[in-house]
Design a protein around this ligand. Structure first.
Ligand code: 5GP
Length: 127
């Protein structure tokens, strides 16, 4: 079944300026902002501006320009947040929850960048 994008989701409202956000970086095709309920000392969300529901939706249907912009934005945000291992920083985890099994709450693609402490196990053993 093709993806259906809900333009009333909370990140669409952030992109339209209807809800405030603490912006970290804005590029032509991407926006990075602090998570409203941080789970770690560093917790930033990076979203594409286009109407994509999940990472696979974006990867399969976005333009090359959008994909490059989004990927570079994530790299730039990691540098800005001071979490890049290549610079001697402590590292981070990148998460893209997708769909029901991934327990995705907001149906607009977002990656979480979590850092500032050891983030723990990759996947919880409990459901
Ligand atoms: P998901 O479970 O979909 O991967 O994560 C959604 C994330 O969006 C959660 O970490 C939640 O705290 C965050 N979030 C939900 N509503 C808002 C909001 O209005 N502003 C910001 N900055 N983050 C939000």
């Amino acid at each position: 079944m093709p993806y259906s994008y809900d333009p009333q989701n909370i990140f669409a409202k952030i992109l339209r300026g209807e809800i405030p956000n603490k912006t970290v970086l804005e590029t032509p095709h991407s926006l990075a902002f602090h998570d409203i309920a941080p789970q770690a000392p560093v917790h930033v969300l990076v979203i594409p501006k286009g109407p994509y529901v999940t990472y696979d939706h974006f990867a399969n249907e976005a333009s090359a320009e959008e994909i490059v912009d989004y990927t570079r934005a994530i790299g730039e945000v990691c540098k800005m947040l001071g979490v890049t291992p290549g610079a001697g920083d402590g590292g981070y985890r990148l998460i893209a929850n997708s769909g029901d099994a991934g327990v995705q709450e907001v149906p607009h693609l977002h990656v979480h960048i979590l850092g500032g402490r050891v983030i723990g196990r990759m996947v919880s053993r409990s459901a």
